[in-house]
Design a protein around this ligand. Sequence first.
Ligand code: HEM
Length: 305
Amino acid sequence: MQDTIDKIIEKYKAMNQDPEIYLKGLLHAKPINYWDYIEVDTLLSLQKPKTNFADEEIFIIYHQITELMLKLIRNEVDQIIADVHLSMDIFIDKMERINRYTGLLINSFSIMSEGMDYDDYNQFRLSLTPASGLQSVSFRYIELCFTDIANLVNGPTKKMVPENASIEEMFNYVYWQEAGLNRQTGEKSLTLQHFEDKYLQDLIRHAYAMKDVNVYTRISTLQSDDSNKRLVETLRKFDRLYNIKWPLVHLSTAQAYLNKKGENKKATGGSDWQKYLHPAFQQRKFFPNLWSSEEKDNWAKEYLS
Ligand code: HEM
């Protein structure tokens, strides 16, 4: 006990502070409790349905769970990016955590696909137009932490990108423009306009900041047959989970609610969603160096119907 008190005294003296005042303060400090620490009341007050359909709360809470899991992914990838001297074991450990979080998102998606009343969902979703998951900036931040913006341009669009395009210009060709940009007229859907008004400048700043430090840049000399098999496998696993498996469970959910009887309902974000959401169309790969040409050519093709 005395040893701990001595260390506390040393700590405050080193900060040029009077340790006695801090020790006296402890006498009055209230004991911590679960509900304040976890912010339970705040957390449970964050669901504000727009309709009276009970299942809308499931929809809101599951989106919030997703945002929190994405925050956990950010927490790990930010640490990888911040420390260029990270040991290989810790790097792999962090990638494994990221794979676990992504796996949880994939395995829990049935909460959406099977867990809401079909007719009620198709009623309350109409009140949400023009909002769309497309406007979740967390997905976009994460993508730019893991890879160069050039890897976020899909196959056919690559040909349109001017030579030596700046990062800012590259944003005109990034795969998610396909959800709402009419390349003939230059018009954008309202969903996309709102998203860009709010986040585009931040995303451009983030892309510049990540340019030389994103995970792909860090491992770009690695090949799929590298002797460090564990590292290659965790990175390939993440690419597959985030860029094929999650998009597929999400797409099949959209099909379950919007195309159950082949009626191809209009999505709240107005995209040509059956095509846009398919990973074989998006062609998003964070680590192209870790896939053979054949694997890249066939990216998610086996899931095309
Ligand atoms: C019943 C559940 C869901 C349905 C039917 C659905 C449907 C759709 C559709 C049709 C789109 C295409 C854009 C549009 O035109 O609106 C889309 C985009 C998107 N949604 Fe969902 N969604 C569901 C749940 C979720 C959840 C839980 C999330 C998690 C935050 C999410 C995140 C996204 C993202 C990130 C995009 C853009 C995808 C991309 O750019 O690759 N969605 N969603």
